[in-house]
Design a protein around this ligand. Structure first.
Ligand SMILES: NC(=O)c1ccc[n+]([C@@H]2O[C@H](COP(=O)([O-])OP(=O)(O)OC[C@H]3O[C@@H](n4cnc5c(N)ncnc54)[C@H](OP(=O)(O)O)[C@@H]3O)[C@@H](O)[C@H]2O)c1
Length: 259
């Protein structure tokens, strides 16, 4: 089967760059109509839509910060009008924390990370549930991080927000099973994206290319590695999987970015 997701309507938050871009391209090549969400970088979102369209797929770009509930609600109704009822939601948009220790992190930093990684995605999921519940088969995939099991110094705000997202996803999987909704978590290690490059520069004073030889299989995770797992989970082969967390890091790397 060339297009296992034909007939599906997907939203990828933060689909304009990095991991989300990879997921949007893959879901579209598997046949889904894809809503590519972005926050600021309209050109990057337009390029993803152009790439998908040029390859014969279907996509449209939608601006909204996932941290802004009213923008998210407007985006969902626009997607419904343009592409049809959503049945595949990938909560990917994210931002890094400032790298401060708990002693130096104030409440506003926790709030900023929680808004983007937890409270925004929960509001989005809640607003989308009426559509997801009527789809028969629907999927929510939350992009988390291996960091939730690592507890690095200087990463509390990000780790807390991603950990809470995972707790919410596990709970949602149980609550929505009766409505045909599968909810799973994909947790990458370091991924070669803009965020990944910034993280490596800040914590190791290096580039990803410099670090890659010491990573499993001689490279870090790439967006298509994550995208392939998301596509599998949403496919027919993944239909009996829910409430799971899949790590995509090549096996535990021997190198640690946070000393
Ligand atoms: N890179 C890593 O090493 C790594 C490892 C594990 C997990 N992750 C997770 O993977 C996800 C994607 O990360 P990435 O590396 O691809 O990051 P990235 O390269 O910085 O790209 C982030 C994407 O999210 C969008 N975005 C950011 N804030 C947003 C908001 N408030 N509302 C809507 N869109 C927003 C950006 O859109 P604009 O450009 O328009 O702002 C962009 O499309 C994140 O959840 C991240 O925490 C990353």
């Amino acid at each position: 089967m060339d297009e296992p997701l034909i007939g599906r309507v997907a939203l990828v938050t933060g689909g304009s760059r990095g991991v989300g871009r990879g997921i949007a391209l893959r879901l579209a090549s598997d046949g889904a109509a894809v809503a590519v969400n972005y926050r600021r970088d309209a050109d990057a979102a337009r390029r993803v839509v152009e790439d998908i369209t040029a390859a014969g797929g279907c996509a449209r770009a939608y601006q909204a910060s996932v941290a802004d509930e009213s923008s998210v609600t407007e985006m969902l109704s626009a997607i419904d009008g343009d592409l049809g009822a959503l049945d595949l939601l990938v909560s990917n948009a994210g931002t890094a924390s400032r790298g401060t220790t708990i002693a130096d992190t104030d409440r506003s930093e926790y709030q900023r990370l929680l808004d983007v990684h937890l409270l925004g995605p929960l509001a989005l999921i809640r607003a989308a549930l009426p559509q997801l519940r009527t789809a028969g088969r629907a999927d929510v995939v939350a992009i988390s991080s291996t960091i939730t099991r690592e507890h690095h110094r200087g990463a509390a705000a990000y780790t807390l927000a991603k950990s809470a997202l995972e707790a919410a996803a596990f709970t949602l999987a149980r609550e929505e099973r009766a409505h045909g909704i599968r909810v799973n978590i994909v947790a990458p290690g370091l991924v070669a994206t803009d965020m990944g490059e910034r993280l490596v520069a800040a914590t190791a004073g290096a580039t990803i290319a410099e670090l890659e030889p010491s990573y499993p299989f001689g490279r870090t995770c790439r967006p298509p590695d994550v995208a392939g797992i998301v596509a599998f989970l949403a496919s027919r082969d993944g239909e009996y999987i829910t409430g799971q967390r899949i790590t995509v890091d090549g096996g535990t790397p021997d190198v640690g970015l946070f000393a």
